[in-house]
Structures are given as C-alpha cells and as structure tokens.
Design a protein around this ligand. Structure first.
Ligand code: HEC
Ligand code: HEC
Length: 207
C-alpha cells in the first residue's frame, strides 16, 4: 500500500516535470519568435502594415524581403533612412531568423495605404501599364506584374504608401543604390516629377 503510494508520487513527479519542461520549451520558443517580430513591428507598424517612414512588409515577396535584408546588411542599400534605421536593425540578424521573418511577413495579407492623390491615379495607371516610349519610360507591368503584385525578388508595389514609393523613385534618380545590378536606377532616371507623382498615387490605391 505504502509502496504504491510512493510509486504514484514518483510517477506523477516525472510526468509533471515532463509537462513543465515541454511548456518551458514551447514558451521560450514562442517568446523568441514574438521578440524577433516585435524588433521589426515597433517601426513597421501593427501587423507590419507600415508606419510613417517604415514601409509595409505584409504581403511583400519573401525573396525580395531577404534580398533587402542582405542589402542593408552589406550596406549596399544606402539612402539616409536605410542607414539611420535598417543597417542597425539587421546587423545581428542570423540567416535563419531572417528567412523565418521574411516568410512570416510575406504571409500577412497586405492592406493598401490609399494615401495618394486620387486626381493623378488614372495617369499613373497608364504609365504603369504602357510606359511612355517617346520619353524612354518603360512599362512597370513587365516586371512588377499586372496588379503590381511582384514576383520572386521583384517587389509587390500595390498598396505601398505614396510617400515611400515617391521617395524610393526619387532616390534612385539622386544616385542612391539598393540591390547590386538592380534595373531601377536606370528606370528611375527617366521619370520626371509628374510621372513620379502619378505612379506613386496610382500604386497606393492598388489592392
Ligand atoms: C528603427 C526602425 C526600424 C526597425 C527596428 C526595423 N525597420 Fe525595417 N525599415 C525601416 C525604415 C525607415 C525603412 C525604409 C528604408 C528606406 O526608405 O530605404 C525600412 C525598410 C525595410 C525593408 C525594405 C522594404 C522594402 O519594401 O523595400 C525591409 C525588408 C525591412 N525594413 C525589414 C525589417 C525587418 C525584418 C526588421 C526586424 C528585424 C526591421 N525591418 C526593423 C525602419 C525599421
Ligand atoms: C526590368 C524589370 C523592372 C522594371 C521594368 C521596373 N522595375 Fe521596379 N524593381 C525591379 C526590381 C528587380 C526591384 C528590386 C531591386 C531593387 O530594390 O533595386 C524593383 C524595385 C522597385 C521599387 C522598390 C519597392 C520597395 O518596396 O522599396 C519601386 C518603388 C519600383 N521598383 C517601381 C517601379 C516603377 C514605378 C516602374 C515603372 C516605371 C518599375 N519599377 C519598373 C524591377 C523592375
């Protein structure tokens, strides 16, 4: 009788220890994951939908997110905001965490910023789809896709914030870099202020 009682207690103790250990390991795993995401979302906004100068990451192509993390890491993406905010943010990010974060953010449904100038949207759509051949402006459609959804390491543009897209297009024209070998500096040098205004406005409304 007494022996059975002891056995029971030992059995229980092992079982509860096992449960405790399991709970601890899932808990610390979760906490690690949440901490990694929070390291990004305190700038990139709730649900990674973008906040002030930090662009939306939700719904972005995972390969593009990874290519940009690499560009910040290697200091090839060199505009003032990148240097000020992102060089430090990715400095100690390991490749596996980077990949997990890219897949995680890519899986969140993106919401359009809708913050462009509505009066310019139709003009922006025409440039996006057809370019302006006589001004050497190529169509964006060919690379970024019919609904600006992007593919592989070509980013989704649809629904990004007006100010972000505008700043990016202007920065390439000013000689800043992003990914080595990117076609964008060449594309952007042909865009005038009106084309940038129209394209950034149109794209901010694309769902
Ligand atoms: C201190 C604020 C801050 C933190 C923290 C931060 N970011 Fe950023 N991030 C920015 C800003 C600002 C930009 C825009 C840079 C620019 O304009 O070129 C940016 C740009 C990016 C881009 C480029 C997006 C695009 O569309 O080209 C990626 C990818 C990115 N961040 C990922 C991350 C990840 C992953 C983390 C967490 C490990 C993170 N960021 C943490 C502020 C931040
Ligand atoms: C030949 C293919 C190609 C064409 C044409 C092209 N793009 Fe891109 N675009 C890319 C690639 C690749 C990237 C990512 C590499 C980089 O960041 O430099 C990119 C990046 C961008 C980004 C940065 C998005 C972000 O999240 O930071 C913007 C904005 C952009 N393109 C706008 C345009 C517009 C507007 C047009 C049309 C006038 C256009 N692109 C035409 C290939 C193209």
């Amino acid at each position: 009788m007494r022996k059975l009682g002891v056995m029971k207690r030992i059995g229980l103790k092992t079982a509860s220890l096992a449960i405790f250990a399991f709970a601890l390991s899932t808990l610390s795993c979760w906490a690690g994951e949440i901490a990694a995401v929070r390291n990004c979302t305190w700038c990139h906004g709730t649900g990674a939908q973008g906040y002030t100068v930090a662009p939306r990451l939700a719904g972005q192509r995972p390969q593009y997110i990874l290519s940009q993390i690499r560009s910040f890491h290697e200091h090839t993406r060199d505009n003032p905001f990148s240097i000020q905010y992102m060089w430090g943010a990715v400095a100690s990010l390991g490749p596996y965490t980077a990949r997990d974060l890219a897949n995680y953010f890519a899986s969140i449904p993106p919401r359009p910023a809708n913050d462009g100038n509505g009066a310019w949207a139709a003009r922006g759509r025409t440039i996006y789809m057809e370019g302006i051949p006589e001004a050497n402006i190529v169509s964006c459609y060919a690379c970024h896709g019919p609904n600006a959804e992007g593919i592989r390491d070509i980013p989704r543009l649809g629904g990004l914030a007006y100010f972000y897209i505008k700043a990016r297009l202007e920065q390439w024209g000013q000689g800043y870099h992003s990914t080595p070998g990117s076609p964008m500096p060449l594309v952007a040098t042909h865009l005038g202020a009106e084309e940038v205004e129209a394209l950034a406005s149109y794209l901010s409304f694309v769902k």
